[in-house]
Design a protein around this ligand. Structure first.
Ligand code: 6PG
Length: 246
């Protein structure tokens, strides 16, 4: 049984390793954060990791709900409390998605223009329906190949969202999907062992990237990588479209 603390430690160390490697060139490191609840303990652990290039990190978000930044459902609020106010990322380098604006399409276009051509690291989660970021099954956003951020609608509240699109996931130099718990086992199996079509399971867009799973979320998988422990260290991610799986 993987404890929540073990999961957070393994995931934080994996994220830290990618950030350290990306930071070795001395350039800016672009990191897009996942929302939801799974990342919170991972972000807290990450904030404790030494030797990370926080002063050179540009922090972005993979998606956001159409709520104010201090709302309990805000991904920005979760990430600010669990990570961003605990590490020395310069405030001007924290780029919040303004999904609550009346003109959400304009907010999407402006945010898309902020994103780098290729993120150094994109963090993602997966819903029990197979969504990732705020790309939901059979949504038109899954066919978006030009815009980098678009408005989207969740099936449940909070419905109105902004989300990165498939090209942003594809072009990320590294991507890590975080998933814990039995409730995600079906979606994880569909994403990693089903057909490649992302329509019914958008998380398939990240199927060849790094996945950090606890035993429950991995319980439906036929095969294991690493030493059989789903939270074992997967192979390092490689540029655009390569990457290992945990
Ligand atoms: C969001 C997230 C979303 C999340 C999954 C899993 O805004 O909801 O970005 O993609 O990663 O819904 O959420 P949990 O971690 O809460 O299970």
């Amino acid at each position: 049984m993987t404890t929540p603390g073990e999961f957070a430690r393994v995931a934080a160390e994996r994220v830290a390793r990618v950030l350290r490697r990306a930071g070795e060139t001395g350039a800016t490191v672009s990191l897009a954060l996942a929302g939801g609840s799974t990342p919170r303990p991972v972000y807290r652990e990450l904030s404790q990791r030494p030797g990370l290039p926080w002063e050179r990190v540009e922090a972005f978000f993979g998606d956001e709900r159409a709520v104010p930044p201090d709302h309990p459902d805000s991904n920005y609020r979760m990430a600010r409390e669990a990570l961003l106010e605990r590490v020395p990322v310069p405030p001007e380098r924290v780029h919040r998605m303004e999904a609550e604006r009346d003109d959400r399409d304009a907010a999407a276009r402006e945010y898309g223009a902020l994103l780098p051509e290729r993120l150094d690291l994109l963090l993602l989660g997966i819903g029990s329906d197979g969504h990732t970021a705020s790309l939901f099954p059979d949504s038109t956003a899954l066919g978006e190949e030009e815009r980098r951020v678009v408005p989207s609608e969740a099936p449940d509240e909070p419905r109105a969202r902004l989300t990165v699109t498939p090209p942003v996931i594809r072009m990320a130099r590294a991507a890590i999907v975080l998933a814990r718990g039995e409730a995600k086992a079906g979606a994880v199996t569909a994403a990693l062992e089903g057909p490649p079509d992302p329509g019914p399971c958008p998380a398939r867009l990240a199927r060849d990237r790094t996945w950090i799973l606890d035993e429950e979320a991995a319980s439906g998988l036929d095969r294991r990588s690493g030493d059989g422990d789903p939270t074992s260290e997967p192979p390092a991610d490689t540029p655009a479209g390569g990457g290992g799986r945990g």
